[in-house]
Design a protein around this ligand. Sequence first.
Ligand code: ADP
Length: 474
Amino acid sequence: MSLKRPGRFRNSLTFRLTLWYAGIFAVSSIVAFFLFYKLITSVVQEKTDQDLSNQAGQFAAVLGERGIVAVENLALFEAQAAGEKKVFFRLLYPTGQAFSSSNMAYWEDIPIRKEAIGQLLGGAGPVIETVILTTRKDQVRILYAMIGPGVILQVGQSMESYTRIIDAFRGIFLVTMALLIGLATGVGWFMARRAASGVEAITRTAQGISGGTLERRVPVKGRGDEIDQLAMTFNQMLDRIQSLVVEIRQMGDDIAHDLKSPLTRIRGMAEIALTTGKSLTEYETMAASAIEECDRLLEIINTMLMISKTEAGVEKPSRERIDLAGLVREACELFGTTAEDRGLTLSCNVPETCVIAGDVRMIQRLLSNLLDNAIKYTSASGKVAVSLSQIEGQGVALTVKDTGSGISAGDLPRIFERFYRGDRSRSESGTGLGLSLARAIARAHGGDITVESRLGQGSVFTVTLPSSEKDAPA
Ligand code: ADP
């Protein structure tokens, strides 16, 4: 399955991130341009207005000092000096009628606005306005000011040079912005691809796995970012799945192996009885052996079921208040005879009472598995010591210590696995399920089981359990 189907591109994270990146960049650039544009135009306008006011002031001074003729000459002179296509001056009566002006050939379209004169006469001070000449697409800033009694000056200045600067700025800005948006899209795409490539690698690995092998892992780039963390978590999950699958396969093999031997034996016995059996006694012996083998098979199957249910939480231990000390004493009494028969000393050191919240039958099973092992793997004249103690704030600790064969360092980490049996234990009867069940029971009660052992010197199994209701798991 390809990751890059064309139809999917528009839905892809890369595409959407790039779009967002370019979009946000474009909007911010437009806002920045707009603010800058506003700033420039208002600065230009303020500068023009200032020039016009200065000129009105100059005209008023000349009128006051040298009379109207001097003002008329000044208008002609100033317009010529600045350029007759850049400024004009018109002198008006308060009625709005012009009585003198600079060369107005270029400014024929400029009206004399009665409203502006009315405003001026109303005492509102100089009136400034912008007139747009549609014929030339030119903007003219015009000021009306009283420069003396009964004399109004209308002065106008073309904004053409400023408009050209602003237009050039707009052109440059638009080109630059287009380039920058292009660049931003490229950078956004590159960054989004970089981020998404990690996710794609994980998807590819997951697809590869569903295709068969569990060995594949996602490469971790070592950048320590979220993608790396996702890759590491994904790899850890794969490690767990792989070990579970290996465990399940191993268990399948073990089950097949352990069920095969008794079945082969039953079949062999039946075959011998059929071919060679003559007397009723021989048939009876065969039937008894077959029952024994079947019981063994049933025990294996039942124990397996019990481990699975306990581990999966299906078989939840009941939470009765039970006296663990009493249960340990009973177990010691029960196994006392077996220990004696094998020439072992079994000692039991427990307090008067020790109350825990738990399941009697399960705890009995746990105790018998540990005691059975301790006796089984300890040779004559050895010692098995059982003790129980309360640990402040940590529940209770039950230890089963023996001076038996001990467990090799190679076997030690595996003895709690289902069907695992130490090499030296093959001579003893057993299924390899006892300790798995003991651990499942301890954990289901909110406790655990640990072991310390030295080959040839003996072993110590320690079970810790919560001491009362409040320490027990819900
Ligand atoms: P088994 O039926 O073989 O006893 P268990 O699950 O009870 O199965 O134990 C697993 C293995 O752990 C045993 O085969 C044995 O090698 C080792 N083991 C358990 N208890 C002891 C012990 N007290 N002393 C020495 N080895 C032990």
